[in-house]
Write a protein that binds this ligand. Structure first.
Ligand SMILES: N[C@@H](CCC(=O)N[C@@H](CS)C(=O)NCC(=O)O)C(=O)O
Length: 204
């Protein structure tokens, strides 16, 4: 298998952490520019996005939600998506929330990359509200627990940790650790895992 990534992509990091936690071998190909006309990704994913996973038979999977589901079912080693229906739905909702926080943070980054005269402050405010409400919901849902959802490490922790790491990269001024000490504690022990440490995004 081969996984196309960019080093800072939070969705690709979610998949890379999953591969390590589940001890699944996979070649990683870093795409220098997704916007370049010679990007290899569109040949496997018409949307041209990462992560895209190419299977050994040449077929491909995207997006990250589909890929993590595939990987978790590929081997029973270290299941990260619970089998119980209600628990699985809770974990997947965490993933949707954490991915949504990343979507909103990326929208802010993209807006701020426009020339100042073209930036729309209302877009930035609306997306920042999603980030702030998302963080508050995660913190409230987690309460005093060690893990995001239930009493074990799951995909909910992976998705949450990846979103927090992405905020550190793109919005270091946000100060989420001070506002949400329980998320700070979760992030600290997630970063002690080799899967998180080895996939930390490059400094901005
Ligand atoms: N929902 C998708 C989002 C993937 C995504 O937006 N990836 C970004 C990189 S962080 C990308 O490939 N952007 C290039 C583009 O939109 O053309 C997933 O979970 O995989």
């Amino acid at each position: 298998m081969k996984l196309f990534i960019t080093p800072a992509s939070p969705y690709a990091r979610k998949v890379r952490i999953m591969l390590t936690e589940k001890h699944i071998e996979c070649e990683i190909e870093v795409v220098p520019s997704l916007a370049a006309p010679d990007s290899p990704v569109p040949a496997y994913n018409p949307l041209g996005k990462v992560p895209t996973l190419v299977l050994d038979d040449g077929s491909s999977l995207y997006d990250s939600v589909v890929i993590v589901d595939y990987l978790d079912h590929k081997t029973p080693v270290a299941r990260l998506i619970p089998q119980d229906n209600n628990h699985r739905a809770t974990v997947r909702r965490w993933e949707a929330l954490a991915d949504g926080v990343c979507d909103a943070a990326i929208a802010v980054v993209m807006e701020k990359r426009r020339v100042p005269e073209k930036q729309d402050e209302t877009v930035i405010e609306r997306q920042m509200l999603k980030v702030e409400r998302g963080l508050r919901a995660m913190s409230e849902d987690m309460g005093d627990s060690k893990w995001a959802a239930g009493d074990k490490f799951t995909l909910a922790d992976i998705a949450t940790g990846v979103a927090l790491g992405y905020l550190d990269l793109r919005m270091p001024q946000l100060g989420w650790r001070e506002s949400y000490p329980n998320l700070a504690a979760l992030y600290e022990h997630l970063m002690a895992r080799p899967s998180f440490k080895d996939t930390a995004p490059p400094a901005a």
